[in-house]
Design a protein around this ligand. Structure first.
Ligand SMILES: [Zn+2]
Length: 263
């Protein structure tokens, strides 16, 4: 063999060891590969090394997307909706609210804690001329039903009466049965009315505005978070505010004004 000729015509199999010595830079630790096989090797190598960054990139991409989804979820959860800082249990009712809680029972006061209040829901009692106290008694009387036999289920956190009196039947930190399927994140206000139209007299109306504004202020809500029972379940309640959209808008304006004065 000639030392001056290690070119392409070399017999690689025969001169393997010699070639290995003079080709230390050969990519596979000295193994010299014939030109036709080298291409394949290079391709294979590129295949492996080429795929490695691709696999790594795919992994990084998956990781980033995963984190993105994680952060995204977190952002959706905590970004668009601010963390709830209202301590429902610590809310103290002013003296114009007559707190007289009904008995705990599965039909009207299930003793379930509210985690968060998102809306205040306005109702009308639908029983013309009845007093706030009569309605409170009715909610309380549901406790006397036999749980084994089942029965009626209904209640409200507040009732505004015909003389403008405000009764509280259930703490704002507890669930009432008035706004299904939104009982778990709403506060309910029942309102008395003199006749079938469901329109409130002035005393009732003024107290309803005052109570709603006070609740908004305590629960860190705005007038736009005040809704009708109708907006929850499309029931015709509170009748007058469902029949008269303008009266409903005016009520919300009045709540907004009252809320401004409280701040
Ligand atoms: Zn209702």
């Amino acid at each position: 063999m000639r030392n001056d000729d290690y070119s392409d015509d070399i017999d690689f199999d025969r001169d393997y060891d010699t070639i290995r010595q003079i080709q230390p830079q050969s990519p596979r630790g000295g193994y010299y590969i014939a030109p036709d096989r080298r291409r394949g090797a290079r391709n294979r190598r590129r295949g492996f090394l080429g795929n490695f960054p691709a696999a790594l990139a795919a992994g990084i991409l998956a990781f980033v997307l995963g984190c993105g989804a994680g952060f995204g979820g977190g952002y959706l959860k905590w970004g668009y909706e601010k963390p709830y800082t209202v301590d429902l249990k610590s809310i103290k009712a002013p003296e114009w609210i007559d707190q007289n809680f009904i008995r705990k029972n599965i039909f009207s006061r299930p003793d379930v804690s509210l985690k968060r209040v998102r809306n205040i829901v306005i109702h009308y009692v639908g029983n013309p001329g009845t007093s706030a106290e009569a309605n409170r008694k009715y909610f309380d009387s549901l406790a006397d039903q036999d749980p084994q036999k089942g029965g009626s289920s209904s209640s409200s956190h507040f009732i505004v009466g015909l003389d403008g009196e405000v009764l509280q039947c259930i703490p704002v930190s507890e669930m009432a049965y008035a706004n299904a399927p939104r009982n778990n994140d709403t506060i309910a206000i029942e309102t008395c009315h003199p006749d079938e139209t469901g329109q409130y007299n002035q005393e009732t109306y003024d107290s309803l505005v005052k109570l709603t504004a006070w609740l908004c202020s305590e629960l860190d809500l705005s007038a736009s978070d005040v809704i009708r029972h109708y907006d929850v379940s499309e029931k015709g309640c509170p009748k007058y505010f469902v029949d008269h959209e303008d009266a409903w808008k005016q009520f919300k304006k009045d709540v907004k004004e009252a809320l401004k004065e409280m701040k």
